[in-house]
Design a protein around this ligand. Structure first.
Ligand code: CUA
Length: 174
């Protein structure tokens, strides 16, 4: 079978409902395009953009010191750690867990340091759906003020190997 050249007058301008749908799609595209810069400036979910270089082993040692100094309990074999309100908190992503479990207070602001030990992971806080890339070698600081109490799940949304789907963590807000 051969491919035929379409007739010269093949194009018919859209009319009626087709025209309306194209117009609607165009308007929606423009709204969504404007929403991106708007959200980048106004959205309260954005990263503070603060990041530092850090050796993964050094970050891991900081996390261990943080856990030793602020541990308040254990849940399912994981330490529960309560940072000082207004102070620093540490969260390490590694194959395949988020370490440790953080216990925060509603209305208090924390500087949460996020980094990875081994490879790239994806910090995804649920159900808020706040997402940040977590990379070894970078200490990414999030300024976080919990506005509601409860237990929040952290999942990994960057494929990181055979245990990726098991890589979960928790933040408890009281
Ligand atoms: Cu860590 Cu997927």
């Amino acid at each position: 079978m051969s491919i035929h050249t379409p007739p010269a007058d093949w194009f018919k301008p859209p009319t009626g409902a087709e025209r309306a749908w194209i117009g609607l799609a165009l308007v929606w595209c423009l709204i969504m395009s404007m929403a991106m810069p708007y959200w980048a400036v106004k959205g309260k979910q954005n990263s503070s953009g603060e990041a530092y270089r850090v050796e993964p082993a050094d970050f891991s040692a900081r996390v261990d010191r943080f856990v030793a100094a602020h541990k308040v309990g254990e849940l399912d074999g994981q330490p529960v750690v309560e940072p000082t309100p207004g102070g620093d908190a540490y969260l390490l992503g590694r194959m395949w867990a988020w370490y440790p479990i953080l216990k925060l207070r509603q209305g208090q602001t924390y500087r949460v340091h996020l980094s990875a030990l081994d490879l790239q992971h994806g910090f995804s806080l649920q159900p808020m759906n706040m997402n940040f890339q977590v990379l070894p070698g970078y200490d990414h600081v999030l300024t976080l003020t919990p506005t509601s109490t409860g237990e929040f799940s952290i999942i990994c949304n960057e494929f990181c190997g055979i245990g990726h789907h098991l890589m979960t963590g928790r933040i408890i807000v009281e």
